[in-house]
Design a binder for this molecule. Structure first.
Ligand SMILES: Nc1ncnc2c1ncn2[C@@H]1O[C@H](COP(=O)(O)OP(=O)(O)OP(=O)(O)O)[C@@H](O)[C@H]1O
Length: 328
């Protein structure tokens, strides 16, 4: 049987649901009244600033944290009282720890020690092939690059044939090119196997690239859930608008345009060189295929993409093709 088909057949996808989940450390709320349904086979990204509660949600789903209030369901079964070992999830941590004194093969054998030797060998060979680490099985972790170690950590989660993947900033140790190729690999595996995956990051570019849906969390509360496109187009509030997108929306006072309240504008919706608004160029960044121009207008700042490199201090006319009213 084709290896990929076999992997698909292992996996019997699971949904995850959190109902009114609260977790406190002492008096501090790490997460507060979180309600969230993650669908079978979905790639769900939890995105938020440092300390917002992302890891706490993941650890609560894994059973590594005891929640104070609420219930957690995996495939409609209430798993709240179950220990981690009974939840059938695999977690890949930020600082993936491989056993340094064991070879890659031995590291991959550990989660499946309960199987007999030939079954173990079959699984490891299959997953190693899929992840391009077949040639590394006899090496020790110290003899691997960061990216190779990352693949071994992923392989270790995969050999277990868990039904849910929980990933906590799994690419944080990699450099930029490695991150891009590793995230593509994670996404490829997830698409092929449709393993329900919950992935934590504070990097919104990564979130947009990889997610089916994103949950935005600030200060322990889930603020918005939607596809990357939905959140990009319609941020739920000013905090989300100022956080999501690269660059995020510029937030300006309505009085600059003919609207009341705060207005969010995306850099690609600003056209320099036309329109009745006037501002001064404060800074210009080279972004490879274009420039990001910082324009100041009545003491407020607007960012605009431009093919032309404007000069700092230059007065420019500009207009918006689109903007979003974000309230008072
Ligand atoms: N073991 C703990 N004891 C006390 N407070 C904790 C503990 N773990 C987390 N916290 C607090 O709970 C809140 C949420 O932490 P959490 O690690 O879930 O955030 P995060 O979004 O994953 O952050 P980061 O992106 O920095 O990893 C923070 O205020 C944190 O200081």
């Amino acid at each position: 049987m084709d290896a990929i088909l076999r992997i698909i057949l292992w996996v019997d996808k699971m949904s995850v649901e959190l109902k009114n989940v609260t977790k406190k450390y002492g008096k501090i709320y790490a997460i507060r009244n979180v309600n969230l349904k993650i669908n079978k086979g979905e790639f769900f990204v939890l995105l938020g600033p440092s300390g917002s509660g992302k890891t706490t949600i993941l650890r609560s789903i894994a059973g590594l944290e005891k929640i104070d209030e609420g219930r957690i369901f995996i495939d409609n079964e209430d798993v709240t009282p179950l220990p981690p070992g009974k939840r059938n999830v695999a977690m890949v941590f930020q600082n993936f720890a491989l056993y340094p004194n064991k070879t890659v093969y031995e590291n991959l054998s550990l989660p499946i020690e309960n199987l007999n030797k030939s079954e173990r060998e079959e699984r490891i060979t299959e997953v190693a092939k899929r992840l391009g680490i077949s040639d590394l099985l006899n090496r020790y972790p110290s003899e691997l690059s960061g990216g190779q170690q990352q693949r071994v950590a992923l392989a270790r989660a995969l050999v277990k044939r868990a039904k849910i993947f929980l990933m906590d900033e799994p690419l944080s140790n990699l450099d930029a090119p490695q991150r891009i190729s590793a995230r593509k690999l994670i996404k490829d595996i997830q698409i092929e196997e449709r393993i329900t995956t919950i992935y934590v990051t504070h990097d919104q570019t990564e979130a947009m690239a990889i997610a089916d849906r994103i949950g935005i969390i600030f200060n322990g509360s889930l603020i918005q859930v939607g596809t990357p496109e939905e959140i990009y187009e319609n941020p739920a509030n000013i905090d989300v608008a100022m956080f999501f997108g690269n660059p995020p929306m510029s937030i300006i006072d309505g009085k600059v345009v003919d609207e009341k309240g705060k207005i969010g504008v995306r850099a690609e919706d600003v056209s320099i060189g036309e329109g009745k608004l006037k501002g001064v160029v404060r800074e210009v960044e080279f972004w490879g295929d274009r420039y990001l121009v910082y324009i100041s207008i009545n003491g407020q700042e607007i960012r605009a993409f431009s093919k032309i490199k404007y000069k700092i201090g230059e007065e420019v006319n500009f207009s918006f093709s689109k903007y979003k009213l974000l309230g008072e």
